[in-house]
Design a protein around this ligand. Structure first.
Ligand SMILES: [Zn+2]
Length: 206
């Protein structure tokens, strides 16, 4: 819990706005206050465009039934894109990882978002994640390569191995991201160059 914003705020409404912003990841009370002030000073160019963008996303927010991505359409823009190579599927833990890989613009295929990672400690089982849907997508056929782009954490690698084992008997090529990924590193925090290198140098799952 964030400590309450100090009561120097002008009104209850403004304080509520600052408190909501302060709860966002990466923002604390101080940067939230700064953001609020920015919005209040720039009603037409910042506050109203933000409001419209939030309204539009809120109305159309959808989780893609096919891949688990979050978008404003279902199927999502990536699943719906005919230019994507349907023979390649990149499996990631979270939407933030998909976004990180999309920023590199190097992966031409489609994605599958698990919505987390397996964890014995937290009791997270395959059926708690978007893993059954992954196997049914694979069973539909047409996929030649699966890139397991899990985080380089213990749970991420456990998840990758679980999926790879289940696919052992299929002819599908299973690869994973290569060097460049620091141990314990999370995809979303990597600079784009490191991530691009790891994707380019992906290797068969051992
Ligand atoms: Zn999708």
């Amino acid at each position: 819990m964030q400590p309450p914003i100090s009561s120097i705020m002008a009104s209850h409404e403004i304080e509520l706005l600052a408190q909501s912003l302060a709860r966002l990841p990466g923002l604390g009370p101080r940067s939230a206050r700064r953001a609020v002030l920015h919005l209040l000073k720039r009603r037409e160019t910042a506050l109203i465009p933000l409001l419209r963008a939030l309204e539009s996303v809120t109305e159309n927010l959808a989780t893609c039934d096919s891949c688990g991505n979050v978008d404003t359409t279902n199927p999502c823009g990536i699943c719906d894109d005919p230019r994507r190579d349907v023979r390649m599927l990149c499996v990631v833990e979270d939407v933030s990882d998909l976004w990180a890989l999309e920023r590199s613009r190097l992966f031409p295929g489609k994605f599958h978002v698990l919505g987390g990672r397996l964890s014995a400690l937290e009791g997270i089982r395959p059926e708690d994640l978007n893993i059954p849907r992954l196997f049914s997508r694979i069973a539909d056929g047409g996929i030649d390569e699966i890139v397991l782009a899990m985080n380089a954490t213990l749970e991420g690698q456990t998840t990758a191995h679980y999926i790879a084992e289940r696919l052992e008997s299929t002819p599908i090529r299973i690869t994973q991201l290569a060097h460049g990924l620091p141990v314990g590193g999370e995809l979303d925090y990597l600079d784009d160059g490191t991530l691009a290198q790891a994707l380019r140098a992906r290797r068969p799952m051992s």
